[in-house]
Design a protein around this ligand. Structure first.
Ligand SMILES: CC(C)(COP(=O)(O)OP(=O)(O)OC[C@H]1O[C@@H](n2cnc3c(N)ncnc32)[C@H](O)[C@@H]1OP(=O)(O)O)[C@@H](O)C(=O)NCCC(=O)NCCS
Length: 431
C-alpha cells in the first residue's frame, strides 16, 4: 500500500453519482476536532446510539489512528448542513488467512445513512466506492462485520467466519478438563491494557479470521470505553503460566438477581488464551465462581472446546450467527496470500457483477501449500459467484454447502481438500 488511506481523493464515480442528487461526498478531515465531532454525532445517531459527551468525543478522537479514512455525505439543504447524512470509516488491517499468514485488507465500518435520507442509493454509492478505494490502495480484500445479514451480499461480500453466543448453566457442570498449571490474577485496567495486547497478537496469526487492531477497538474490547455502561462493574483477570508469563485474560461483569443473591449471572465480555493451559485455567475459574449460576458469553469461536471439558455437554447452550464478511477484490493477490491443504492445479471461474474478481483463474498449489494464482483461458474445474469465493476464502465454509445453495458448481470434495482450514476461522471482535 503506497498511498496513505487519508491521502487518496474521494472516489470520483460515487461522488459524481451523489452530486446528481444534490449531495456532496467527501473525505472528512478527522484531525479537525469539529469535523470529527460532526461525523461521530451522525454515525452514532445512525446506529441509534447516545449523543457523544465531551468526554467520549475526547477519548474517541485521541484514540483515532492516523490510518482511519472517514467519509461523509453532506446535504447542504438540510437543517444541519455540517452534519453528514451518511458515514463510513475504513482502514487497512491484517486479516489472518490459513497458513499462519495475513493478507492486507480494507476494514469497512461505521456505514450509516440518516433516517431522513434512507433508500435512495447512498449506502450503495458508499459501499461501491470503498471497494474501488481498497483496490486503489492495493488491498486485495475488503471485510466487515454487520448489523444485519441482509445488507452486503449485493456488493459481493459473504460470510466467511461464524461466531457463537454461549450460555453455561454452571450449577450443572463439574470440571473434567485438564488441571491448569499456572494461576489466575485479578489485574487493573492499566495492567491488562499493557499485558493483554501481546497475548492478542500471539493468538492472531494462529486463527484465520482474526484481524490486527489497537487504539479504540482495543479499549472497547476490554470494556474500558468511557461510554461503556458496564465499565465500572468490570472484573479483569489474567492467566500466567507456571513460569509467570501472561498467556491469557478475561473481562467480565456480574449481574445479581434481586430475589436470590446466590443466582448471579456472569457476563463474559472477552476471553483470550494463547495456550490450551490458559484456556482451561480461565474457563475453570469462571465456571467455579461462588454465587453464580449462569455464565453467558457473546462472540465465541465455533470450535470452543469448553463442552468437552465439563461433565454435562447439555449445560452449554449455543446460538450461531454469521460474523465476519469477506469480499475478494484481487483474486491473484488474495488467493496467493494463503496456503492450501493439498497440492495441484485448480481452475476456478468467478462471476462478479461488479467486475473486480470476474474471470477464470488458475490456482497452482505447491507441495508446501503455497500457491501462485494467475488468469487463464483453461477450462474451469469449478464455477462460483464472488460471494462463494469469499465464503471459501478463510476455509470455514464447506464447498459442499455452497454447492447445495447453487452459488458454486464443481468438485466440492477437491475444493474442500484444498480450501478447508484445519483451524476454524473466527474473529473475536466487532469492528
Ligand atoms: C443499512 C443502511 C446503511 C442502508 O442505507 P440506504 O442508503 O438506505 O441503502 P441504499 O438505498 O443504498 O440501498 C442499497 C440496497 O440495499 C438494500 N437495503 C438497504 N437497507 C436494507 C435493509 N435494512 N435490509 C435489506 N436491504 C436493505 C436496498 O433495498 C438496496 O437494494 P438494491 O440496490 O440491491 O435494490 C441504512 O439503513 C442504515 O444506516 N441503517 C442503520 C445502521 C446500519 O445498520 N448500518 C449498517 C452497519 S453494518
Amino acid at each position: 500500500m503506497s498511498t496513505a488511506p487519508t491521502g487518496l481523493p474521494i472516489d470520483e464515480t460515487s461522488r459524481a453519482r451523489l452530486a446528481t442528487d444534490g449531495l456532496r461526498m467527501a473525505v472528512v478531515d478527522a484531525t479537525d476536532p469539529a469535523a470529527y465531532e460532526a461525523w461521530l454525532r451522525s454515525e452514532s445517531r445512525g446506529f441509534h446510539g447516545d449523543q457523544p459527551t465531551a468526554e467520549v468525543l475526547q477519548q474517541r478522537h485521541a484514540g483515532l489512528s492516523a490510518d482511519r479514512r472517514l467519509v461523509g455525505v453532506f446535504d447542504e439543504s438540510s437543517a444541519q448542513p455540517d452534519l453528514p447524512v451518511a458515514t463510513t470509516i475504513c482502514w487497512p488491517a491484517d486479516l489472518t488467512v490459513p497458513g499462519h499468514r495475513a493478507v492486507p485488507a480494507w476494514a469497512v465500518s461505521g456505514v450509516s445513512v440518516s433516517q431522513t435520507h434512507r433508500r435512495r442509493g447512498i449506502a450503495r454509492a458508499l459501499m461501491e466506492a470503498e471497494l474501488r478505494t481498497a483496490l486503489a490502495l492495493d488491498l486485495p480484500v475488503a471485510m466487515l462485520t454487520v448489523s444485519e445479514s441482509t445488507l452486503y451480499g449485493r456488493y459481493g461480500y459473504a460470510t466467511a467466519a461464524l461466531a457463537r453466543d454461549v450460555t453455561v448453566l454452571t450449577r450443572r457442570v463439574r470440571w473434567t478438563g485438564p488441571q491448569p498449571a499456572g494461576r489466575v490474577h485479578f489485574v487493573s485496567a492499566e495492567q491488562l491494557r499493557d499485558d493483554g495486547h501481546a497475548v492478542v497478537e500471539r493468538v492472531r496469526l494462529g486463527r484465520p479470521g482474526e484481524i490486527s487492531y489497537d487504539g479504540h477497538l482495543w479499549t472497547r474490547q476490554l470494556g474500558l470505553s468511557v461510554d461503556d455502561d458496564n465499565a465500572k462493574k468490570l472484573r479483569l483477570i489474567r492467566y500466567d503460566d507456571a513460569s509467570g508469563t501472561p498467556q491469557g485474560f478475561a473481562v467480565y461483569h456480574l449481574v445479581g438477581d434481586d430475589t436470590d443473591f446466590a443466582e448471579h449471572e456472569l457476563k463474559l465480555h472477552t476471553l483470550v488464551a494463547a495456550t490450551t493451559d490458559a484456556y482451561a485455567g480461565l474457563w475453570r475459574f469462571l465456571l467455579d465462581m461462588d454465587l453464580v449460576t449462569k455464565v453467558s458469553a457473546h462472540l465465541r469461536p465455533v470450535d470452543e472446546p469448553l463442552r468437552w471439558m465439563i461433565d454435562d455437554f447439555r449445560a452449554v447452550r449455543v446460538t450461531e450467527v454469521d460474523h465476519l464478511w469477506v469480499r475478494i477484490l484481487d483474486v491473484p493477490a488474495a488467493l496467493g496470500a494463503r496456503t492450501y491443504g493439498s497440492p495441484g492445479r485448480l481452475v476456478i471461474a468467478v462471476d462478479d457483477p461488479l467486475g473486480h474478481a470476474d474471470g477464470t483463474w488458475a490456482v497452482d498449489v505447491a507441495d508446501d501449500g503455497g500457491a501462485t494464482v494467475s488468469a487463464t483461458d483453461d477450462p474451469a474445474d469449478a464455477t462460483m459467484s464472488v460471494n462463494a469465493l469469499g465464503s471459501l476464502y478463510l476455509g470455514g465454509v464447506p464447498a459442499r454447502t455452497l454447492v447445495a445453495t447453487g452459488a458454486l458448481s464443481g468438485d466440492a470434495e477437491r475444493l474442500d481438500r484444498m480450501f478447508r482450514s484445519p483451524v476454524e476461522p473466527f474473529l473475536s471482535i466487532w469492528f
